[in-house]
Design a protein around this ligand. Structure first.
Ligand code: AMP
Length: 193
């Protein structure tokens, strides 16, 4: 069983890699971004609340996001491991997640950061915008999301690094190559004494 986080800037390929890793390891991938997008599409109250933040490239408030993750992690398919993609993104979310896991006597096995430089990310995201038409993939919003990553999510990475729990993986390269790097990194963490 593996409980893990995948952290990385927008455009680093987190979502793609999360799907592949969850298939290979047989654990559910939980993407907060996907859950929000689903709710926006279905026009649920949660989606209507989240949409204004998402369109601006801002974080959805913790009061909404934390409860959503708590509910999701309580579902049966997360009992035997999970891969969180896109959460926690703030230090306050790290503390909230610590609390959820502590209540269940659980902890994380692996925290992986996918790395890539900003200009590469902007190029990738502008290309993705042409393909998917995601409303938060305009250049101004992309740059804002990257700024938020540096300001709010790098401290999350630092937190896990202080705990000696962080592994970094180079996110630049062909999708298959990055997947192999990620799987090798997970394997080496799990086989470490
Ligand atoms: P993503 O698909 O992970 O890039 O997420 C898309 C958008 O969903 C983000 O820009 C935020 O508006 C929102 N979102 C996803 N995860 C979180 C989170 N952990 N905290 C706050 N907002 C989030």
């Amino acid at each position: 069983m593996t409980r893990m986080l995948l952290i990385g800037p927008p455009g680093s390929g987190k979502g793609t890699q999360a799907e592949r890793i969850s298939d290979r390891l047989g654990i559910v991938a939980i993407s907060t971004g996907d859950i929000f997008r689903y709710n926006v599409k279905e026009q649920t109250p949660l989606g209507l609340e989240a949409k204004k933040y998402m369109d601006a490239g801002d974080f959805v408030p913790d009061s909404v996001t934390n409860n959503m993750v708590r509910d999701r992690l309580a579902q049966d398919d997360a009992a035997n491991g999970f891969l969180l993609d896109g959460y926690p993104r703030t230090v306050a979310q790290v503390e909230y997640l610590d609390g959820i896991l502590a209540e269940k006597g659980q902890s994380l096995d692996v925290v992986l950061q996918l790395t890539a430089d900003d200009e590469e990310l902007v190029t990738r995201l502008l290309n993705r915008a042409k393909e998917t038409g995601r409303s938060d993939d305009t250049e101004a919003v992309i740059r804002h999301r990257l700024d938020l990553y540096h300001e709010q999510t790098e401290p999350v990475v630092a937190r896990y690094e202080e705990r000696g729990a962080l592994t970094r993986v180079d996110g630049i390269g062909a999708i298959d190559e990055v997947t192999e790097r990620v799987l090798a990194a997970i394997e080496s963490v799990r086989s470490a004494p």
